[in-house]
Design a protein around this ligand. Structure first.
Ligand code: ADP
Ligand code: MG
Length: 697
């Protein structure tokens, strides 16, 4: 069976089996899904007389005619002369592993040399310097000659037990011979037809033993689709499960909601905000739990949407909770919410860890009795033992570091409470389809009108004086500024000005201003104190590492200077930039970049100068850096794909998502006969992941 332990495959054994296990390869089936990293084309077998120096590497097959170990001169070397079918002669020359090669290629053997022909003087024998060779008279199939050869991902564990590409090719070939007939096509036939995909067995064989590049391309396409399809199927089934969870049924907009939007707010909503609220109204009146994410740049007005959502709950007689990632942000939201809701006589309470015990006890009682209508706090509010009278709306701010599984654990407490997540980190569509695959996503793409765009400049070191001039001017006008550094301490190799040096420097240059430092190694209470002082304008300049990224409102901050901007990800820079321009004044973002930086870094930074749209920026960032490297994806719960690449294969991903959704709609239990094989494979490989998801909720 394909589920058999990989160590019983011919050529593997316990030691190699264990090494393969460290790469996640435990069964025969896993081994067949251990995909080559790249390929080398050795498919061209040429007659020697058709080959001249300067051509690409080719394979020449011939018989070993003569072997010379030459000890003359300073360095001994080995010459092996072969003669091809037409009697032309080729000399292979090696300087290393002479004895080993000598033994491997006895006279009379049929062998293949693969390499580039060296340029030679007229009349000299054609030669190749240390060609790859293959002894065709050896036992077993000739897997290394006249083919497109797969090269497998290395890794120390595999190297150490001799599982290099050459050996893996043999092991996998053997596995196809002995077990190939047990394979079947995992995809439903309609999906294959829809995208004109080749048979799964053929694809699997072809990806390991391709007959041509065309075949290989088709095979990879098919396997990528398959991987994306099953992943999307797991998500679609989880979504289906979420969608069936009963949720409190709201009556729809009532007096608080209407009064807030029409009387309290001094502005009208943007279209993005309106759309988001429309979706939330629909979600919450249907009887099922809402799981919606609002994605939108800093300043697009998500808080207002969150508050309106809470009021929908209150209008129907329920409680709401508003959660932030840190206590200082919770306090800030609390102040905002109180201001918004004061005119409505809504009872808002703050619940955070640093409150005195008596205060906390009282608040907990108020939450339990329903006296508190809205509770503001950190995630602890919903994760710990806080008892609500009737919580029905949980708004969660800044959830961009959560993956599907983490979110699931967040819901555990909420039960039938609707969940509204809000993130200020726009991510590309393809990422959203994976990271947020379980959620309904609404994007708010526009900012409220009348906002002045932040002026962004990219400056090199020689323009530092202009940056300082701007700082002086803004500080003199009574504004505040941030200066951000990528590291706290000097790294040993790169002479980086670190934040501490930066601060000393700034204190010298701007002695009349109060300057503070905030960095990641400080305790939370210390950070909060520094932020508090900055908010209160006791300090006017804040030198920081990226800890201010998820940050605090300081409406008088008009300048964001980012040192060594080339070391930050684009999305991160965009986040940082969002810290300024929150008031009515013109704001500036200055990207200081060092002299030595790559073309790519340059392109990236220019994207930031040229656009303020977080969605465009994240798309560009992902294209430039590739999905694997994309900022925060690991924390965001992005799975590692074996063959698919969500950046390159975006179209396939979207197709697979649609197909999975169709499938789940038509055959929710996957029990149709045409889905039997697919179901078996799916349960075998995805049950574990799905089980973890289904354990909650
Ligand atoms: P976000 O949380 O999305 O970063 P906020 O909700 O903090 O944004 O809103 C940023 C600022 O914009 C706030 O001062 C808010 O009052 C204001 N604002 C929100 N919506 C609008 C709107 N439709 N028109 C004008 N100003 C708005
Ligand atoms: Mg916000």
């Amino acid at each position: 069976m394909l589920a058999d332990d990989v160590q019983y495959v011919k050529g593997v054994g316990p030691r190699r089996g264990e090494a393969l296990g460290t790469h996640g390869i435990r069964t025969c089936g896993d081994l067949l899904h251990f995909f080559p990293r790249r390929y080398v084309d050795k498919s061209t077998i040429a007659g020697l007389r058709d080959v001249v120096p300067g051509m690409d590497a080719v394979t020449i097959i011939g018989r070993v005619l003569k072997r010379n170990r030459i000890r003359r001169g300073r360095r001994p070397y080995l010459e092996i002369i072969i003669e091809d079918a037409r009697g032309d002669r080729l000399k292979g020359v090696w300087f290393n592993a002479i004895d080993w090669i000598f033994k491997r290629l006895p006279e009379g053997n049929r062998v293949a040399f693969y390499g580039k022909l060296q340029s030679a003087r007229h009349g000299q024998m054609k030669s190749m310097a240390h060609p790859d060779f293959d002894n065709l008279d050896e036992d077993g199939p000739s897997l290394d000659t006249g083919r497109i050869l797969p090269l497998y991902p290395g890794g120390m564990q595999l190297q150490r037990v001799g599982l290099k590409s050459r050996r893996l090719r043999r092991v996998i070939y053997g596995l196809f011979l002995s077990r190939g007939l047990e394979l079947w096509d995992n995809l439903p036939p309609w999906a294959r037809q829809r995208h004109n995909l080749i048979d799964g067995r053929v694809a699997l064989r072809a990806v390991h033993l391709p007959k041509s590049y065309e075949e290989l391309e088709k095979a990879r396409e098919r396997l990528k689709y398959e991987e994306l399809f099953f992943f999307q199927l797991a998500i679609a089934r989880y979504r289906q499960h979420l969608k069936k969870i009963a949720g409190t049924r709201f009556k729809g907009p009532g007096q608080l909601y209407e009064t807030f939007l029409n009387r309290v707010l001094p502005f009208t909503l943007t279209n993005g905000q309106k759309n988001a609220l429309k979706a939330i109204c629909t979600d919450t009146t249907g009887g099922y739990r809402m799981n919606r994410l609002i994605q939108g740049d800093v300043g697009c007005g998500k808080t207002v949407v969150g508050v309106a959502a809470l009021l929908l709950a209150l209008d129907s007689g329920y409680q709401g909770a508003f959660m932030a990632p840190t206590e200082i942000l919770a306090e800030q939201h609390y102040a905002n919410l109180r201001q918004y809701l004061e005119p409505l006589d809504v009872r808002v309470r703050l619940l955070i860890g640093k409150q005195r015990k008596t205060v906390r006890t009282r608040i907990l009682q108020e939450i339990a009795s329903g006296e508190a209508q809205i509770v503001v706090g950190t995630h602890a509010v919903i994760q710990q033992d806080v008892t609500f009278k009737n919580l029905a709306m949980a708004v969660v701010d800044e959830q961009h570091r959560f993956g599907v599984l983490q979110r699931a654990s967040l819901y555990e407490k909420g039960k039938s409470s609707h969940v509204l997540l809000m993130t200020a980190t726009p991510i590309p569509r393809s990422l959203a389809l994976t990271v947020y695959g379980d959620l309904d996503v609404t994007a708010i793409r526009e900012l409220p009108s009348g906002r002045r765009p932040i002026k962004t400049y990219l400056l090199k070191e020689n323009r530092r004086a202009s940056m300082m001039d701007l700082l002086r001017r803004e500080l003199a006008a009574g504004n505040q500024a941030y200066v951000v550094y990528p590291l706290v301490e000097k790294s040993e190799k790169v002479a980086l000005q670190d934040a501490e040096n930066g601060m000393k420097h700034l204190r010298n240059a701007l002695p009349e201003y109060s300057i503070d430092l905030i960095h990641g190694r400080m305790k939370q209470v210390e950070k909060d104190a520094v932020m508090e002082r900055f908010k209160n304008r006791e300090t006017v300049l804040l030198v920081a590492t990226t800890v201010i990224e998820v940050g605090v409102d300081a409406p008088h901050a008009t300048v964001m200077v980012i040192e060594h901007a080339e070391r930050f990800g684009l999305a991160q820079l965009h986040q940082l930039r969002g810290r300024v321009g929150r008031g009515s004044q013109q704001a500036y973002c200055i990207l200081m970049a060092s002299y030595q930086r790559s073309q790519v870094a340059d392109e990236r930074l220019k994207v930031l100068v040229n656009t303020a749209d977080g969605f465009k920026i994240s798309e560009a960032d992902m294209k430039l850096r590739g999905a694997g490297d994309f900022s925060g994806t690991r924390q965001s719960g992005l799975p590692e794909f074996k063959i698919a690449d969500i950046v390159e294969d975006q179209a396939l991903l979207i197709a697979a998502r649609k197909d999975a959704a169709d499938l789940v709609a038509r055959d929710p239990t996957l029990e149709a006969p045409e889905h039997a094989r697919m179901r078996e494979y799916y349960l075998e490989h995805y049950r574990r992941g799905e089980g973890a998801l289904f354990a909650v909720g």
